[in-house]
Design a protein around this ligand. Structure first.
Ligand SMILES: [Zn+2]
Length: 228
């Protein structure tokens, strides 16, 4: 049997949604009454490295290396890897929960410091909001962060319902970006081809056949808008 690993996450929010050549990997949020969420990364992933002009090479990514890469930027959020398709031990869970609590406390303290100095919620990270929620602490800045969400590309705070991330320029809502003229015709073409965006209809009253049946790809907006 091919070796596999389990990625365990204690976070009550999804800590990554990563598109790689090996596939799309989504770490689900821990459910409310559960202590962790688990993602099994299995097998040895084979991908083709194309050098152009018919030159290519197959290379393999072992499950463990892949999993380590996936959690590299989010291990602080209570993510860890276990060998095999297994459940964490009680002791490991207690240790990791304690570690996460300390991280949360640190984030809240940092947010307090920034907010007391500046009074500006936009300077705070959403990590602080999640930490305050998780530990059940009340802070004036938490409500200020309520209408913010996390850009899945750069992990920065952005208001809900924006077409484009102001930090990294990634398109977060293709439909809005198209209406607002924020994307080029070329980018629209790619987005339509990838299924992130419905083709623009000439006539609105013509019943369309495809939309509902179109498979929605996981990890929709993958093309970053070029910065102008
Ligand atoms: Zn961003």
């Amino acid at each position: 049997m091919e070796p596999c690993v389990s990625v365990i996450s204690l976070a009550p929010y999804s800590i990554f949604r990563i598109n790689r050549e090996e596939g799309t990997f989504i770490m689900p949020a821990r459910k409310q009454h559960e202590r962790y969420a688990k993602l099994v990364v299995s097998g040895t992933h084979k991908t083709k490295k194309d050098f152009g002009e018919g030159q290519f090479e197959w290379y393999t990514t072992p499950a463990k290396a892949l999993a380590e890469d996936l959690i590299r930027d989010c291990s602080q959020h209570g993510a860890f890897i276990l060998d095999g398709d297994v459940e964490p031990s009680e002791q490991r869970l207690l240790d990791e929960e304690e570690k996460l609590k300390q991280t949360y406390a640190k984030w809240i303290e940092e947010a307090d410091g920034i907010f007391n100095r500046t009074g500006d919620v936009k300077l705070l990270t959403l990590h602080a909001r999640e930490a305050a929620k998780a530990l059940g602490v009340k802070r004036a800045w938490v409500s200020g962060l309520e209408n913010m969400t996390l850009c899945e590309f750069c992990k920065g705070s952005v208001p809900y319902n924006v077409a484009k991330c102001s930090n990294c320029g990634a398109i977060l809502n293709w439909e809005m970006a198209r209406r607002g003229g924020l994307v080029s015709p070329e980018q629209i073409k790619i987005a339509v081809k990838k299924g992130w965006l419905q083709p623009e209809e000439e006539e609105d009253d013509r019943p369309s056949q495809a939309p509902a049946a179109l498979p929605v790809e996981v990890g929709e907006p993958r093309v970053r808008a070029s910065r102008k």
